[in-house]
Design a protein around this ligand. Structure first.
Ligand code: C5P
Length: 317
């Protein structure tokens, strides 16, 4: 099995544009906290067709602009993974002129548990790599991604993959067909570290950390992906962070209920939330669930998207 490769290149004038998908976790198994503060995971990622587009152009210095409905929520400081990606790549490959204007056309929910920040990191990395012609290998790019954040390597690779360690060590997974999803977007984000901390706190109430099992990929999840069986996947999806996300944002329970009452095969919090993901039988069922969610008053909006889709892709003119 090989990871999906970038499909195409669009370089407008001196600029390079990369399109990067969001992700949903169809299984997120979380181990006890490690000494470094992270948690070992068995993280089954699926890339879905909601995209950010990152365009880079030569500039006097590093500059970031963002467009899209959630643009104001994107951090423009050193917490911006696109800026960190450009800086890391430029330093590592000793790029002389590493001033760059990074524009993010944002469509992935911000702080929503859909790897929007990671997508921007992977996108900026691939775009700057093309702009500067660094000649970095795929393995080197993946190494930089892992330095940027646990979910960033998957944003580069896309498709479907099992992530272990912090979630950064990936094995591509075979998927037959397409899964149809509805994403219920919430007002405001949730902090990923806060959700992990809440997960640890809830577990500590339930017993000692040693009682938390080693995270392992569920054979039923992998088999459902392999056979493209939406009903089987619906029966197998799990997210160990869900109780923590719901504890911090109790209204998510109403959103999850509204989606399943509307006919979704399954509903779960996406990653650390607060976006809720619903698996539907097919594209028309997904549209129906999305309409019901919009009418339910339990979310800000609802979007449909299917996956798997390829990871960060250079776009052609
Ligand atoms: O790797 P990343 O910067 O995306 O992680 C953000 C935060 O999420 C970490 O600082 C940590 O609090 C939490 N995290 C974790 N275990 C992981 C991944 C993330 O505890 N495997």
């Amino acid at each position: 099995m090989t990871a999906p490769e970038p499909a195409a290149v669009r370089a407008g004038g001196e600029g390079v544009t990369v399109r990067v998908p969001a992700k949903v976790n169809v299984q997120l198994a979380v181990g006890p906290p490690r000494p470094d503060g992270f948690h070992d995971l068995a993280n089954v990622f699926l890339a879905v067709g909601l995209y950010d587009e990152i365009t880079v152009r030569p500039a006097e210095s590093l500059r970031i602009t963002v467009s899209g409905p959630d643009a104001a929520l994107v951090p423009l400081d050193s917490g911006n993974l696109a800026a960190r990606a450009a800086t890391l790549l430029g330093k590592r490959y000793e790029v002389a002129d590493r001033g760059v204007h990074i524009h993010i056309a944002k469509d992935i929910p911000v702080a929503g548990g859909m790897a929007g920040g990671s997508a921007d990191g992977a996108g900026a990395l691939l775009a700057c790599d093309a702009l500067w012609g660094t000649g970095a290998s795929r393995a080197e790019l993946l190494e930089i991604c892992a330095e940027l954040g646990s979910d960033v390597p998957f944003s580069l690779v896309g498709g479907a993959a099992l992530g272990v360690g912090r979630g950064e060590r990936l094995t591509p997974l075979e998927v037959d067909g397409t899964f149809h999803w509805v994403f219920a977007l919430a007002d405001g984000g949730l902090s990923t570290p806060a959700v992990y901390r809440e997960c640890d706190r809830l577990r500590a109430e339930g017993g000692p950390a040693e009682a938390v099992p080693e995270p392992q990929a569920a054979p039923a999840v992998l088999e459902a992906l392999r056979t493209g069986d939406a009903a089987a996947l619906a029966a197998a999806v799990t997210n160990d962070l869900q109780p923590a996300a719901v504890s911090l944002r109790p209204s998510l329970a109403d959103t999850l209920r509204a989606g399943t009452e509307a006919g979704a095969l399954a509903g779960l919090v996406s990653g650390s939330g607060p976006t809720c993901a619903f698996l539907a039988e097919d594209a028309s069922a997904a549209e129906k669930v999305a309409r019901a969610l919009r009418d339910s008053g339990t979310c800000r909006s609802a979007r449909v998207a299917a996956g798997p889709v390829p990871g960060a892709t250079l776009l052609t003119a």
